[in-house]
Design a binder for this molecule. Structure first.
Ligand SMILES: Cc1cc2nc3c(=O)[nH]c(=O)nc-3n(C[C@H](O)[C@H](O)[C@H](O)COP(=O)(O)OP(=O)(O)OC[C@H]3O[C@@H](n4cnc5c(N)ncnc54)[C@H](O)[C@@H]3O)c2cc1C
Length: 495
């Protein structure tokens, strides 16, 4: 008997899936052409690329539901995608999975000032929410640097943070309700416009679940009244350690600034060359501390910050005297990534979190690691949250340099865990940190987490290969595990 040609079988199955999905969508909303698929081949972790089986662009919750039901019936994998800015490869396509793009879910559905919330579709950008309500003196607090581009659905899936999350919380503290489609096609609503929900905290579980539990099709977010005043203090320190110690001293004093960001000398030089914010170039570390609230309170706190900074060895202190100057202090920090992009062919942005009091020791260890690997490192981070973003500068055209960079990155993340921190602050695990999960969690912990995944997605079809060290079927839980503690290219199965 003649065996079927495996390539022909794969091609025929792919064609059938594309034709079936095409029938569920409006014309033009399924992408299968190789050139057009290129636009989706990676997310913000651009070192890794993979063409998806196809891209489906639904426009309604009903279509998402039908697609998921079809995929579950046919055993087809799905990778949800918002704006594709993830830095951990969360939206990296798989060759045998349909990428489900939520870009057409781009409408603001309702502004509800009485309940201080806005209901939006998941493809709406983070910044668009504030743009919609700021004329009435409101804003949406979590402010990732990517807010012009990233979607609120992606923010929920990654539990995104930003410069003002120290005081106002991450995405998880600002989401009130969700509509989500399960792999069975069932549409569920979690939370709402009220403060408390009955039963388990499913909202907390889904926020940060990296597209592994369901596809979010609607988000209700809390909006806040804009503070009456905001002033920023620009501080220069003779060492990273002194800057780190000042961060701890400010919090220990009981002050929670609206934002507290630190940059080291290499980052400051790059930002100054690009944006000219007036940062002290001679300082080894620069700290921006923002105070917001009623004018009297802000003026008092600004003076307290100045005194604490001087006690911790600050060599320069500047306080913003007007809104224009405050914006100028932030402009350099906001342009951190493009500034670094101007001084290095490539850079790799790490994301780990440590207890604040460990900042001085971790910063000096980072300098040692930089010398050991022979790779420059620029530190830009949300100091108040202890969320580090070391940027490793490298050149992908030099053979072996990407691998060396990844090894260096893995050392940094392991260091975060060693000092009592965690593998990620806001960028998620994705594929980037997947194989380091064993450095933080025991086998039992990981199995328990995967049982939760199985309760939502028993066939493991949603975003497989992300977050957990080894893709395995729910029925196999407990039998196999891989511990290698290395970051490496994901072993993406080919279609
Ligand atoms: C220059 C730059 C600066 C950045 N700065 C920050 C920062 O300050 N803070 C920060 O937190 N992050 C930052 N990021 C990372 C990134 O912007 C965030 O992780 C963001 O939340 C991703 O949103 P997205 O719409 O691009 O999601 P994607 O990249 O499209 O997807 C991210 C993850 O969410 C899942 N997902 C997306 N939409 C849905 C949905 N509707 N339902 C279910 N799952 C979904 C995907 O499967 C994937 O796992 C930055 C990125 C860049 C490129």
């Amino acid at each position: 008997m003649k065996m079927p040609d495996p390539d022909a079988t794969i091609i025929a199955r792919r064609a059938a899936i594309i034709a079936d999905l095409g029938r569920l969508l409006a014309p033009g909303n399924i992408i299968a052409d190789e050139n057009e698929l290129r636009a989706y081949e990676c997310d913000g972790l651009t070192a890794y690329r993979q063409l998806p089986l196809a891209v489906a662009l639904p426009e309604t919750t009903g279509q998402v539901s039908e697609i998921l039901r079809y995929c579950q019936d046919q055993g087809v994998k799905i990778v949800p995608r918002g704006a594709g800015t993830s830095l951990s490869g969360g939206a990296l396509p798989l060759a045998d999975a349909v990428t489900l793009g939520l870009g057409k879910f781009n409408r603001i559905l309702e502004i509800d000032y009485a309940n201080r919330c806005v209901v939006v579709q998941p493809g709406v950008t983070n910044k668009a929410i504030t743009d919609t309500v700021e004329h009435n003196g409101f804003y949406y607090a979590p402010d990732p640097s990517s807010r012009i581009a990233c979607s609120i659905g992606g923010n929920v899936a990654e539990n995104a943070g930003g410069m003002h999350c120290l005081k106002y919380g991450l995405t998880t503290n600002n989401v009130m309700g969700l509509e989500m489609v399960l792999t069975s096609g069932q549409v569920v609503r979690i939370g709402g416009r009220h403060m408390e929900s009955e039963g388990y905290d499913l909202l907390g579980l889904i926020t940060g679940s990296e597209g592994l539990l369901g596809v979010i099709t609607e988000v209700t977010v809390r909006i806040l009244r804009k503070p009456a005043t905001a002033r920023a203090v620009l501080l220069g320190f003779p060492s990273n350690e002194a800057g780190g110690a000042c961060v701890g001293a400010i919090i220990a004093e009981g002050i929670i600034p609206g934002g507290m960001e630190m940059m080291d000398k290499l980052a400051v030089g790059a930002m100054e060359d690009f944006v000219h914010s007036g940062y002290p170039r001679d300082a080894e570390a620069v700290l921006i501390v923002e105070l917001d609230g009623p004018r009297v309170e802000v003026d008092y706190l600004v003076r307290r910050i100045e005194a604490i900074a001087r006690d911790n060895g600050a060599v320069s202190v500047r306080i913003s005297e007007n809104e224009e100057e405050r914006q100028m202090f932030w402009a350099g920090r906001m342009a951190a990534f493009p500034s670094i992009g101007r001084i290095s062919p490539d850079y790799y942005c790490m994301d780990g979190t440590i207890p604040r009091r460990k900042l001085p020791v971790v910063l000096s260890r980072l300098a040692e690691l930089s010398a050991h690997y022979g790779l420059r490192i620029a530190n830009v981070f949300h100091a108040g949250d202890g969320n580090l973003h070391p940027l490793i500068l490298y050149d992908a055209n030099i053979p072996g340099e990407l691998e060396k960079t990844e090894e260096f990155g893995a050392e940094i993340l392991k260091l975060c865990v060693e000092v009592g921190g965690v593998l990620t602050g806001e960028h998620g695990v994705g594929v980037e940190k997947r194989d380091l999960m064993c450095a933080m969690f025991s086998d039992d912990d990981l199995q328990q987490q995967q049982r939760v995944k199985c309760a939502f997605d028993p066939d493991g079809l949603l975003n497989p290969g992300k977050v957990y060290p080894q893709l395995r079927r729910c029925a196999e839980l407990g039998r196999v595990h891989v511990h290698d503690g290395q970051m490496r290219f994901p072993d993406i199965p080919r279609f």
